[in-house]
Every structure is written in C-alpha cells, then in structure tokens.
Design a binder for this molecule. Structure first.
Ligand SMILES: NC(=O)C1=CN([C@@H]2O[C@H](COP(=O)(O)OP(=O)(O)OC[C@H]3O[C@@H](n4cnc5c(N)ncnc54)[C@H](OP(=O)(O)O)[C@@H]3O)[C@@H](O)[C@H]2O)C=CC1
Ligand SMILES: O=C1O[C@H](COP(=O)(O)O)[C@@H](O)[C@H](O)[C@H]1O
Length: 456
C-alpha cells in the first residue's frame, strides 16, 4: 500500500532494502531517493544462476539494482550471471538495461551513469548445470574477484540465487556445495518457488538440499510475501480493532483470490510447461495469501509462529471437489517455440477451497489464476454478507465488497452499500499510508530477509 508500490516492482529483495540500512529509522516507503547509507562492508559476490531467463531479467537483477542505486550494497560487490546460453557480458547487460528503472536515484547523480556502473559490475559465465568443470571455473572467477577486492583476512560473502526451474536445483546445489563454498565467510543459497512438483519431489528436494546446506544457509523465496499489501495483511487483520470482530463466517460470504496476466509464456516454456499454472501461481502465491487471510492470530510475529498458524489453516482445508475445479489452456500457447506441440499443461485454473474450522465453515475461498487473459490483475475480494433488513432496495451485486489489489497498483477499497450501484469509496494511497504505514514500518520485514544480507 505504500506509495513506492509500482507496477513490475521487484518486491522480494526490494523489501529487504530498508533492512540493509544500519539506521533502521529510514524504513520509509516514500518516492524520494533514499539518502545513501553505508552498508556493512566487505566483498560480496552475487551469482545468479539462470541469468538468461525471465525471472532474472524481470525481478532478480532489477531487485539487486534497486538496492544498489540506493546505496545499500557495498562497492566491493560483483554479480556473476551464469546459464547455459551463449552470451557475452555486453549482451547480458543490454538485455537487462531496459528493466533497470532510474527512479529513486540520488538527484545529485546522473541516472544513466548509475545504471552503467551497475551493469559494469555484471560478468556473464556460460556453463552447464551438471558439469563439475563449469562450477570449478565459476569458483575461480568468484575467487579472482575476491582476491582483487578484499585483503587476505577480511571475511567475504557469496550469495547464489537459483533463478532456475526447480528440477535443476539438485544438480546445481551439489556443484555449489562441492566447488563453490566460501572459505572466508558466509555462503547463502536462494531457491525459488515452486519447491518441487508434488509431495514426493518436494520432500526429496528438502532432503537433498538439507544434506548440502544448513538451514541458515538456505532461503526459500516466494516473492508475493514481499509485496507490501501482502505484508500488511497481518497488520490489517490483527492490529485494527474494527476488522477483528467481523473477520469470520458470520459476516463474510465468500473470498476470491485472483491472479490474471495479459501475457502468455513468452519463451518460458522450458520452465512453465513442466509445472503449469497451479504449481506456478496457486500452490504458492495464492495459497500464501489464503493462509494470511484465514489464519488465527499468531503468538508473535516470529517466522515460526506465523508458519505454525498457516499450517493449521492448510490442515483444515478439505480435499477439493472435482466439480469445483476448472482448468484450461489459452489458444496459441503451443505456438511458443519453447512449449512442446502436444502440451496439455493448464495455463488457467480456478478452484474452490473450503476451510473446515469454526471461523470459516461454509465460506468458499475461490482461487483463480490464468495467463494470456483480458487484463493484468491480482487482487483479493472479500464479499461481506448483506446488512440485515435492507431498506435501500438497490442492486445487491458488487456491494459490501472489500477489495485489496496487488496488481497493477497496490490499493485497497470498500464497495459500500450505496444507492448508486457501482459507486466505490476508494481510499487514496496516501490515506492508506497514514492508516497502516506506521505499524508496517515497525514490524514487517521478515527476519529471514533481514538475515539474508545483514549478517556478516
Ligand atoms: N518469471 C517470473 O516472473 C518469476 C519466476 N519465478 C520462478 O523462477 C524460476 C525460473 O523461472 P523463469 O525464469 O521464469 O523461467 P525460464 O524458463 O526463463 O528459465 C530460466 C532459465 O533456466 C534455464 N532453463 C529453462 N528450462 C530449463 C530446463 N528444463 N532445464 C535446465 N535449464 C532450464 C534457461 O537458461 P539456459 O538455457 O540459458 O541455461 C532459462 O533461461 C521458477 O522456479 C519460477 O517459479 C518466480 C517468480 C517470478
Ligand atoms: O512467480 C511468478 O510470478 C509472476 C508474476 O509476478 P508479479 O509480481 O509480476 O505479479 C508470473 O508471471 C510468473 O509466471 C510466476 O512464475
């Protein structure tokens, strides 16, 4: 809900930015450039595996740039893009340039120079995901950078971001663990959702990664949890007295969580076709939102207490009814060169979940996600029941609905019962900031993100 929420903003690492500042009083969400801060120094190497892909260009590199342009990263940082595709450093830089936004840069600096300096910090290495020699070479490149930018005694830091399909994680992780571990400081590995393909592969992945890295070296990311509106759900529900008594089956008729994109796979068939829309969006992003909407108040804001409450919600969900599931594939999906001609992977799915507990019994949670649809939108719609004893006789459709929008622009508004159908009372972003922002600053940076780069 903060004013910085922008279309296509890379939220996950963006949410980390304030946590990198030594002075946490600067956790603002203003559009103003943030005064430059010194960050716990030392040599930092960020390795983006899958650097040729969609996530890397749309989210990972822009997120690192957002930190860089606000002065949250040390001068001694270097980024290594790694993938199988053949590309030069310059080709990768050109591919990324258009995704790096010049906003929030110190006005004393030329934004073009800042972008250029950042791009010059990126080197591309092409190699296989299953070849030891490629990772030996990667390790040599990283060590060379460390030798150049650090003395022999200071600790160094290595962050590996796996912007890859999950099926590749074990191959890559084994080789990172064997050849690329930092001998002079921390090593961290970030893995993306979906975490496996089904229960069996997810458990196998857990034990494979668990055998290679300790829990504090491993970061599992769902970038929807970094979106400001999603981070604010707990505050909204549990810190605002007026929400507390109405958030239940007595007052709420249904909840919809909707994700729509107006573009298709755009060459991402290599990842997407193996997973489909349910694993890509519903199982992680939408289910995380559902948990935050439906869970009971956690004992505290510790990640463990929040997780425990989410698990209770998941355990109460009834197996779903086939009649309440719709799946489909958009026309033209198979024209994408990266998608097999005989693919039956769903690109659209809608399903109804029922939470069998005292708070939610009888309230349908409708989850919908689709690619290549009519518009781009991500929102939560909470339909309240009608106030008893209607005297207004106006159209019922669309009233008493509370909408929280994540895309294209984060916003929250209530459709009140009004005589003129369709008249909404929309709060402006600044009003929302005033009502929620103060508390938000105090609590929401998840500890796991803070630990990611703050610890040295
Ligand atoms: N795209 C997005 O907006 C988001 C994606 N994610 C997650 O990021 C991960 C990667 O997704 P995304 O970047 O979109 O997907 P891509 O299809 O763009 O894949 C990324 C890179 O991985 C390599 N790759 C693709 N398919 C395979 C394969 N079958 N075997 C080995 N390597 C392969 C390719 O690099 P090369 O061939 O050059 O080695 C490709 O450039 C997924 O887990 C996804 O859930 C998460 C949030 C947002
Ligand atoms: O995780 C993913 O998310 C993106 C959409 O993210 P958004 O922040 O731009 O809404 C989606 O395009 C992609 O398929 C999926 O892997």
């Amino acid at each position: 809900m903060g004013a910085t929420a922008q279309k296509d903003a890379p939220p996950t690492v963006e949410a980390v930015a304030p946590a990198l500042s030594e002075d946490t009083s600067e956790r603002t969400n203003s559009d103003q450039p943030i005064k430059e801060k010194s960050v716990a120094g030392g040599c930092l190497s960020v390795v983006v595996l899958g650097a040729s892909g969609d996530l890397a260009k749309k989210k990972t590199f822009p997120a690192i740039f957002n930190l860089y342009k606000q002065g949250f990263l040390p001068d001694e940082m270097h980024i290594f893009g790694y993938a199988r595709s053949k590309m030069t450093d310059e080709e990768l830089r050109e591919k990324l340039r258009g995704y790096l936004k010049p906003d929030r840069i110190d006005p004393a600096k030329d934004p073009e120079d800042v972008i250029k300096q950042f791009l010059n910090k990126i080197t591309y290495i092409h190699g296989a995901y299953d070849a030891d020699e490629s990772f030996i070479q990667l390790n040599e490149e990283v060590s060379r950078h460390e030798q150049k930018r650090s003395d022999d005694v200071s600790p160094t830091r290595r962050l590996f971001y796996l912007a890859l399909p999950p099926s590749v994680y074990p191959l890559v992780s084994k080789r990172i663990s064997k050849h690329c571990m930092n001998q002079r400081g921390w090593t961290r590995v970030i893995v993306e959702k979906p975490f496996g393909k089904d229960l069996e592969s997810s458990e196998a992945l857990s034990s494979e990664l668990g055998a290679l890295f300790s829990e504090d070296q491993l970061y599992r990311i769902d970038h929807y949890l970094g979106k400001e509106l999603v981070q604010n759900l707990l505050v909204m529900r549990f810190a605002n007295r007026f929400f507390v008594p109405i958030w239940n089956r007595d007052n709420i008729a249904s909840v919809q969580i909707v994700f729509k994109e107006d573009f298709g796979t755009q060459g991402r068939g290599g990842y997407f076709d193996e997973y489909g829309i349910i694993r890509d969006i519903i199982q992680n992003h939408l289910i995380q939102i559902l948990c935050l909407l439906a869970m009971e108040k956690p004992i505290s804001l510790s990640p463990e207490h929040i997780r425990d409450e989410k698990v209770k919600v998941l355990e109460c969900i009834k197996p779903f009814n086939d009649k309440e599931v719709v799946i489909g594939q958009y026309e033209g999906y198979k024209d994408d060169q990266t998608v097999p001609n005989d693919s039956s992977t769903p690109t659209f799915a809608s399903l109804v979940l029922h939470i069998n507990n005292e708070r939610w019994d009888g309230v349908p949670f409708i989850l919908k996600a689709g690619k290549a649809l009519d518009s781009r939108k991500a929102e939560i719609r909470v339909q309240f029941k009608d106030a008893p004893g209607d005297i207004f006789k106006c159209k019922k459709q669309g009233r008493n609905e509370f909408v929280m929008r994540l895309q294209p622009k984060e916003a929250m508004y209530m459709k009140l019962t009004v005589k003129e159908p369709g008249l909404d009372m929309r709060a402006t972003q600044s009003e929302l900031d005033m009502s929620y922002h103060q508390r938000y600053q105090d609590i929401v940076i998840p500890e796991a993100y803070e630990r990611l780069i703050l610890d040295t």
